[in-house]
Write a protein of this length. Structure first.
Lengths: 83, 395
């Protein structure tokens, strides 16, 4: 039941926040400071965090726009071309 | 007297005008700016030196083309023509300015230094008001010239490291309009087109070329920007007031791109690494847990439990043994006692009494007749002897 509630929380995290949390989980598992039941939860959360980080990296694509300010104060965007 | 020429006011005004305007049609005048006033876009000020003062005017149509916007105390070279003015209660001459330059690098540096002190005192360069540059921006606004190498340097570096959405806001990077356009760019990204990071960039240049990046209003606009600003002006050695107010000062446009985005390749490697760490640390965790469990089990089973059982068994066996002994002893004792009791009891047995010659008289219902009164006449009775029972009748 906790699994379902953590997913939206993770989705909100930035890449670096997710990475920090992931490192914390690895730390906890490494020093064995958690009990078996929460270790399963933490591991599952760790996998979700890892997927989230990967997703964040995948999302990024190069796109270059150039802004033009029109005479009436409005603006338009077009693809950037270096002239 | 008659040798002295005589003119009307209009004639002499016209002549003076012609002489001044024809002889000084295109001149440069060195002086310090003072008493500057703006009215309807026109600038009125004075140029002065240690002895004299010259009125100056710059019409709004020229103001837009000024390389340097005059400020109080600024040592400038004003370019323009001498004109005359003779209306209402005034007759005078002045310089109509259409271009202003600072008096050499020294004057520019002096001006920048003055501004720097003033802005520093105003807290505009305080480290504590610096904003954090986002680690992984989705959109980066770039305020720079859309032509030339600078924008390409940034684009290429971003492309190599971490491709994201770049939004180029084109501005002129020198001249008097430059600072104003850059400020408009900052406002644009802050109010109309949200980005995560702003880069203000320009290639290298002389002190005069970089003047717009020392503009007081630009410094204030960067300070008030809600979006973090990276400055990348000129080369390593060029330092501007923009660099001081920016949240991060990159020495070159390429360095700005490097600060703006992380390296995707490294991040992917990091995730792969940490994912391995996650699984290995978890399996190690489970393995250790299992080992711990085994140790505990072993301890429980072999040592603790077995020993405990063994000692209990021994105890039980011991108890059993001594109990048996006790029971046997008790039994023996009881046996003896019982035999004794039994033989004593036998002595009490009626039959033994009968053997000694006594007899028991009962009625038909086997009720013992103990007295003469209870022995009714003509009733059958039974007499029990030691060797048998005989019937009899009382008469």
């Amino acid at each position: 039941m906790k699994k379902n509630s953590t997913s939206p929380d993770i989705a909100k995290l930035s890449f670096e926040e997710a990475l920090v949390k992931l490192e914390e989980i690895v730390g906890k598992l490494e020093d064995g400071s958690i009990d078996l039941e929460s270790s399963i939860e933490e591991y599952t959360k760790g996998i979700q965090l890892k997927n989230h980080c990967e997703q964040k990296l995948k999302e990024a694509t190069l796109k270059i726009d150039q802004i033009t300010i029109n005479k009436d104060g409005t603006f338009s965007t077009k693809e950037f071309k270096n002239s | 007297m008659h040798n002295i020429p005589e003119f009307s006011v209009s004639e002499i005004t016209s002549l003076a005008k012609n002489i001044l305007e024809q002889n000084f049609e295109r001149i440069r005048v060195k002086g310090e700016v003072s008493k500057i006033k703006e009215n309807k876009g026109h600038l009125y000020f004075s140029l002065k030196d240690e002895n004299f003062v010259l009125n100056a005017i710059c019409w709004s149509t020229s103001v837009n083309f000024l390389q340097v916007f005059p400020e109080e105390g600024m040592e400038v070279i004003a370019e323009g023509k001498i004109t005359t003015y003779a209306k209402s209660s005034i007759s005078s001459y002045q310089i109509k300015v259409d271009q202003i330059e600072l008096q050499g690098e020294g004057a520019i540096l002096k001006l920048i230094e003055q501004r720097k002190k003033k802005l520093q005192a105003g807290g505009y360069f305080d480290q504590k008001s610096k904003k954090k540059i986002p680690f992984l921006p989705k959109k980066i606004g770039i305020i720079t010239s859309p032509t030339g190498a600078v924008i390409m340097d940034i684009i290429n570096r971003v492309k190599d490291r971490f491709p994201v959405n770049l939004i180029v806001y084109p501005v002129s990077v020198q001249g008097n309009k430059s600072a104003k356009e850059i400020i408009e760019g900052l406002n644009f990204f802050n109010k109309k087109y949200a980005v995560d990071t702003i880069i203000i960039a320009r290639g290298g240049g002389g002190v005069e070329d970089l003047l717009s990046f020392n503009d007081e209003n630009l410094v204030k606009a960067v300070y008030h920007s809600e979006i973090p600003v990276i400055s990348a002006i000129g080369h390593e050695t060029d330092f501007t007031l923009l660099d001081l107010v920016a949240d991060y000062r990159a020495s070159t446009p390429t360095a700005a791109a490097e600060r703006a985005v992380p390296e995707k390749k490294l991040l992917l490697e990091k995730i792969i690494f940490i994912n391995k760490q996650l699984s290995s640390s978890y399996s190690l965790y489970l393995k250790e847990l299992n080992e711990n469990l085994n140790i505990v089990m072993q301890f429980l089973n072999l040592n603790s439990l077995k020993n405990s059982i063994k000692t209990k068994e021994e105890k039980i066996r011991g108890l059993h043994k001594s109990t048996n002994q006790l029971i046997k002893n008790k039994m023996k004792y009881l046996d003896l006692n019982l035999n004794n009791t039994f033989s004593r009891f036998r002595n009490l047995d009626i039959k033994q009494v009968l053997k000694r010659g006594f007899a028991i008289i009962t009625d038909e219902n086997n009720k013992i007749i103990k007295t003469k009164n209870s022995a009714k006449k003509n009733k059958d009775i039974l007499i029990e002897f030691s060797d048998g029972i005989s019937k009899a009748k009382i008469f």
